[in-house]
Write a protein that binds this ligand. Structure first.
Ligand code: NZQ
Ligand code: ZN
Length: 393
């Protein structure tokens, strides 16, 4: 295990009806003028919007609204949010939605204090400072884990670039998590979210760092919770116990609890951000296409086989073939593919309507035009990435 520091100060408020506490939480964190940020119509259709407004009114708060966050959230709306905060004396950002809404708030919160254009932070041409507006969240979609993570992901729709930045100060100060709020999710969004949660555990799990039993077992637990509970919500979208387990796994898979003390990989997220930057597909769908194909490719390297076989045994219950551990690993990958198919996520780029035209460009972007490799568990060269993309086709 490697040395590490772990600090996650987000106050988690979990359970039925907890959104009614949002007014008092905002007041306790010093909010006086709130920017209420949300996406499209889902929170209005479910009545959540009205309940949040009532709770804020009862707490004596005033607010301004920023609606219209879209999946793969746009930097143009972040700029609009920064402007609204400055014009209205906003001192607190409240995100009501999924990862895209929370990430929009996080980018506004740092962009507010940055003297230049907020894209400088996303593109890493400038570093976030030590001042930010506090962010609170009411989570409606378990997936990105942004409700406790220290990073955000933003897209420039004109440049067709999706990038991210982070800071230890970026974790929301509170997150309200009521599993009931996720019952209105369409199956596709539920499935994309579950794939993302699995991926967050896997990016950390596939590591060459030795002596990481606690975090291996924690990561396996998050994955097994998804494998066990996703079919239950497919069967019954109102299964609140299953919704709750998925929601909690989503947070713990991405607040870095399962990632401490170990080298992490993150190649698949890097590749997925390229894909959704160019083609604007759902993040979880991109991961569903890339992860099994990447795992297959890792088996070309002897040093990766044992870990993938361990994953197959412990997460999917595959029997270990000690003579041929590659067979064990392949069976585990096959079971992941079956889960992806069973919830109708795309398995190939062509199913997602994506052609070969950007393969070279994506591989160049991830490897500094072939000068470096991408990922730690299985370092991917430019040629490896093009080969992988062809396998994903
Ligand atoms: O806009 P509305 O109408 O609310 O609809 C949303 C949206 O269309 C809908 N939705 C959300 N909650 C709902 C609901 N529909 C019905 N009932 C509900 N309860 O779901 C759609 C997708 O929402 P979005 O927020 O985009 O999804 P998700 O939470 O998966 O977030 C994806 C974004 O997070 C980034 C991704 O790259 C992507 O941009 N990520 C952020 C991370 C982080 N900050 O730590 C890490 C992740 O790896 C990820 O990269
Ligand atoms: Zn993700």
């Amino acid at each position: 295990m490697n040395p590490f520091t772990f600090q996650c100060g987000t106050k988690m408020i979990f359970g039925a009806g907890t959104e009614s506490q949002v007014g008092q939480e905002l007041v306790s964190f010093g909010a006086t003028k709130v920017l209420l940020v949300y996406g499209g119509q889902s929170i209005r259709r479910s009545g959540l919007y009205d309940r949040v407004c009532s709770a804020m009114t009862a707490a004596g708060l005033s607010w301004t609204e920023l609606a219209g966050v879209v999946p793969n959230p746009r930097v143009s709306l972040v700029r609009e949010g920064i402007r609204l905060c400055k014009e209205n004396g906003v001192d607190f950002l409240l995100a009501v939605g999924g990862g895209s809404v929370i990430d929009t708030c996080k980018a506004i919160s740092f962009g507010y204090y940055y003297p230049g254009d907020v894209w400088d932070l996303v593109s890493h041409s400038a570093q976030p400072g030590d001042q930010r507006l506090p962010v609170g969240a009411i989570l409606t979609l378990p997936a990105a884990g942004s409700e406790e993570s220290d990073s955000c992901v933003i897209s420039d729709e004109k440049l067709k670039i999706k990038g991210g930045f982070g800071s230890p100060l970026m974790r929301p100060v509170f997150s309200i998590m009521n599993p009931e709020l996720t019952c209105t999710l369409p199956l596709y969004q539920t499935a994309c979210g579950c794939m993302d949660i699995m991926a967050h555990a896997m990016e950390r799990y596939f590591s060459r760092t030795k002596n990481t039993e606690v975090t291996d077992r924690l990561g396996e637990a998050m994955m097994k919770v998804i494998v066990h509970n996703l079919p239950k919500v497919v069967e019954n979208p109102h299964d609140l116990n299953a919704r709750g387990e998925i929601m909690l796994a989503g947070t713990f898979a991405q607040n870095d609890l399962t990632g401490v003390g170990r080298e992490q990989d993150w190649f698949n997220h890097g590749l997925e951000h390229q894909i959704s930057g160019f083609y604007d597909i759902a993040h979880g769908a991109g991961l569903a296409i890339s992860f099994p194909a990447w795992m297959e490719l890792t088996l070309e390297k002897d040093e990766c086989v044992e870990k993938v076989a361990q994953y197959a045994v412990r997460v999917w219950g595959v029997e270990m073939d000690f003579a041929q551990p590659r067979n064990t690993a392949r069976e585990g990958i096959g079971r992941l593919r079956n889960m992806i198919k069973s919830v109708k996520l795309p398995s190939t780029l062509s199913e997602a309507g994506i052609g070969t035209e950007r393969f070279e460009e994506m591989a160049n972007n991830l490897t500094d035009v072939g000068k470096s490799t991408c990922g730690a568990f299985c370092p991917m060269s430019k040629e490896d990435i093009v080969r992988l993309l062809k396998a994903m086709q």
